[in-house]
Design a protein around this ligand. Structure first.
Ligand code: FAD
Ligand code: COA
Length: 405
C-alpha cells in the first residue's frame, strides 16, 4: 500500500491551509476559552466544500476520497483541534456507515445534512460498555413497524449540537428474542424520546460538547434503521468496520495538532536567544527537533497509508489493522511531539497566553477516544497472529482462590 498526493489533492491541501490560517486560527483560543461550539467555523468549512466531502456524486456530493478528507482535517487541526474533529465527523464518521449501509432515503438524508454542515454524532459508548463496546445494553425493542429504544450513552461528541445521531443498540424482536446489534438514526428536535443529559467538563477540545445521550422510549421507525449488510447477528462487526474511517480521522487530528506545535517550536527556537545565541544552536534542542520531525513523518505516512487502504472482502472502509496501527502510533507520537514543543518554549510554553498549553490538553485525548491505544494493540495483534483474542475472563481465577493440591 503506497500513497502520494495528486495535483488535485495538493490544491485541496493548500485551500484548506489558507482557510485554517486566515479564518480558523484567529478564533481557536476563544473557542477553547468559551467552550462554545464554533458554528462560524462549521459554516466556513461548509462554504469551502469541506463538509460532506465523501458524499458520492449521485447524491450531490463531490465524491472525494478519505485521503482528501484527511488532508483537510490535518490542516484544520494544526490550528484548532476542535475544528479538526468537526471536519472528521462531517466527512468520515457516522456518515461513512450510513452512506455504505443505508437505504437510498437514509443516504440522501445523511448526505443533505452533512453537505449543509451537520456533523453527525456516533453513539456507541455506554457507562458500563467502553472498550467492551459489544457489551452495550441500550435496547431496541421491535414494536410493529417501529423500534422502541431505551438506554444511555455517554461521551458522545457533538451530542446536542449534531442533528443526525447514529445509535448502536442491541436489537430484540417482538417476542423478546435477541437478534444482535443494529444502527438507528435519530434526529435532534425531531425524534421523540431523544434526550441530552449532562455535558462532560473535559481537559481539552473544549469547544465541542461531550454529552450524555438518553433514549427514553425513543421511537425509531423501520425506515430509520441502518441494517448492517450481514444482518443484526453480525451487526457489531459491520458497524465497527465503518468506524475504521473515523479512527483514521481521529489519528489525523492528533497529527495536525502535533504538526502545528512543531511548526511553532521551529519558529520560536530561531528567535529566542540565550547565552548570546538563538537556542536553535544548541544540540540538545536540535536533536529534539530531529526526533519530532521523524515522528511526524512516520505518523503522516501511516495515516495516509491507512486512509488509502481497504479492508478484506472489498471493504469500502480502511483496513482495521492499518487504521489501528496508524492511530496508535500517531496518537502516541503526537502527545510526545507537543510535549517537546512545549518544553522548547520554556516558561512561555506553560502560560495560557501560548497556544501550546491548549494543544497539550487537546492532543492528550487521542490515545483514549475512538478505541484506546491498548485496545487497538489487541486489534493489531489479532491480525498479525491471525487469532481471535477474546478479552473476557472465561476461566481465569485468582491464584489465592485456586483449591490447594
Ligand atoms: P475503559 O474501557 O473503562 O478502559 C479503562 C482502561 O482499561 C483504559 O486504559 C483501557 O485502555 C484499559 N482496557 C480496557 N480493556 C482492556 C483490554 N482488554 N486490554 C487492555 N487494556 C484494556 N464514544 C462514542 O461512542 N462516541 C463518541 O463520539 C465518543 N467521543 C469521545 C470523545 C472523547 C474526548 C473521549 C475521551 C471519549 C469519547 N468516546 C466516544 C468514548 C471512547 O470511545 C471511550 O472512552 C473508549 O472507548 C474507552 O472506554 P472507557 O473510557 O469506558 O474506558
Ligand atoms: N473493524 C472490523 N471489524 C471489527 C472491528 C473493526 N474495527 N472491531 C470488531 N470487529 C468485528 C470482529 O472482527 C468480530 O467479527 P467476527 O465475529 O466476524 O470475528 C466482531 O466484530 C466482534 O468483535 P470481537 O473482537 O469478537 O468483539 P469483542 O467484544 O471482543 O470486542 C474490541 C472487540 C475490543 C476490539 C471492540 O469492541 C472495540 O473496538 N472496542 C473499542 C470501542 C471503540 O472504539 N469505541 C469508540 C467509540 S467513539
Amino acid at each position: 500500500m503506497s500513497w502520494s498526493l495528486t495535483a488535485e489533492q495538493e490544491t485541496i491541501q493548500l485551500r484548506a491551509r489558507a482557510l485554517a490560517n486566515e479564518v480558523i486560527a484567529p478564533r481557536a483560543a476563544e473557542v477553547d476559552k468559551t467552550e462554545a461550539y464554533p458554528w462560524e467555523n462549521v459554516a466556513a468549512l461548509q462554504e469551502a466544500g469541506f463538509t460532506g466531502m465523501t458524499v458520492p456524486t449521485d447524491l450531490g456530493g463531490p465524491g472525494h476520497s478519505f485521503l482528501d478528507a484527511v488532508l483537510v482535517v490535518e490542516e484544520m487541526a494544526k490550528v484548532c483541534g476542535v475544528t479538526g474533529r468537526i471536519a472528521v465527523e462531517a466527512n468520515m464518521g457516522a456518515i461513512s456507515a450510513v452512506l455504505a449501509y443505508g437505504t437510498e432515503a437514509q443516504r440522501k438524508l445523511a448526505a443533505e445534512l452533512v453537505l449543509s454542515g451537520d456533523k453527525p454524532a456516533i453513539c456507541i459508548t455506554e457507562p458500563d460498555a467502553g472498550s467492551a463496546a459489544s457489551e452495550m445494553t441500550t435496547k431496541a425493542q421491535r414494536r410493529g413497524t417501529d423500534y422502541v429504544i431505551n438506554g444511555k450513552k455517554h461521551w458522545i461528541t457533538g451530542g446536542g449540537v449534531s442533528k443526525l445521531h447514529l445509535i448502536f443498540a442491541r436489537v430484540f424482536d417482538e417476542e423478546g428474542n435477541q437478534e444482535g446489534i443494529g444502527g438507528f438514526l435519530a434526529i435532534r428536535d425531531e425524534t421523540p424520546g431523544l434526550r441530552f443529559g449532562r455535558r462532560e467538563p473535559t481537559m481539552g477540545l473544549r469547544g465541542i460538547p461531550e454529552m450524555e445521550v438518553l433514549f427514553e422510549d425513543m421511537v425509531v421507525p423501520q425506515d430509520m434503521v441502518v441494517l448492517p449488510p450481514s444482518g443484526f447477528g453480525r451487526g457489531f462487526g459491520d458497524l465497527m468496520n465503518a468506524y475504521n474511517a473515523q479512527r483514521v480521522g481521529a489519528g489525523t487530528v492528533g497529527l495536525g495538532i502535533a504538526t502545528g506545535a512543531y511548526e511553532l517550536a521551529l519558529d520560536f527556537v530561531k528567535e529566542r536567544e540565550q547565552f548570546g545565541r538563538p537556542v536553535a544552536e544548541f544540540q540538545g534542542l536540535q536533536w529534539m527537533l530531529a526526533d519530532m520531525s521523524v515522528k511526524l513523518e512516520a505518523a503522516r505516512s501511516l495515516t495516509y497509508r491507512a486512509a488509502c487502504s481497504r479492508g478484506p472482502n472489498n471493504s469500502p472502509f480502511p483496513d482495521p489493522a492499518m487504521a489501528a496501527q496508524a492511530k496508535i502510533f500517531t496518537a502516541e507520537a503526537s502527545i510526545s511531539v507537543v510535549n517537546d514543543a512545549l518544553q522548547m518554549f520554556g516558561a512561555a510554553g506553560y502560560s495560557r497566553r501560548n497556544p501550546l498549553e491548549r494543544m497539550y490538553r487537546d492532543v492528550r485525548m487521542f490515545t483514549i477516544g475512538g478505541g484506546t491505544a491498548q485496545i487497538l494493540r489487541t486489534v493489531v495483534a489479532s491480525r498479525i497472529l491471525d487469532m481471535k483474542l477474546p478479552q473476557r475472563r472465561d476461566g481465569f481465577t485468582k491464584i489465592a482462590e485456586r483449591s490447594q493440591p
